[in-house]
Design a binder for this molecule. Structure first.
Ligand code: 5GP
Length: 116
């Protein structure tokens, strides 16, 4: 359980364009960006595969850190004021490809709603 391409990025075994890191989370540019700004924010624990695994007794600090990182990154990339979208895909119908919890931060263009 838990070993994914993102585990390798956390351990720096494969390269990624890292834009933020602290003891809880890592954030890096998505390899296939869907917007001018497309950053993935991940907890540095492999035990959270999807949002369905979230457990307040274990993960609250990581989840808060992910949102705080998102706010900082949005500022750093100049989309905090113009707006940005945070997306967490959960499971097959949502299109989740990597089973290590991750938040997409998308910005720098006008977003459509509903999403495709
Ligand atoms: P999901 O569809 O699971 O919500 O999103 C997974 C995301 O990870 C996709 O947007 C995909 O482009 C990105 N991704 C997959 N493999 C890699 C990789 O090796 N490096 C980086 N930077 N992004 C990746």
């Amino acid at each position: 359980m838990g070993e994914t391409i993102f585990s390798k990025i956390i351990r720096k075994e494969i390269p990624a364009e890292i834009v933020f890191e602290n003891e809880m989370v890592l954030a890096f540019k998505d390899i296939h960006p869907q917007a001018p700004v497309h950053i993935l924010i991940i907890p540095k624990t492999i035990e959270i595969e999807t949002t369905r695994d979230i457990d307040s007794s274990k993960h609250s600090d990581h989840l808060t850190a992910m949102f705080e990182a998102a706010n900082k990154i949005a500022e750093d990339f100049g989309v905090s004021e113009t707006g940005f979208r945070l997306v967490l895909n959960c499971g097959a119908d949502a299109g989740q490809e990597v089973y290590h919890l991750h938040m997409h931060l998308l910005g720098g263009r006008k977003m459509n709603w509903p999403p495709g």
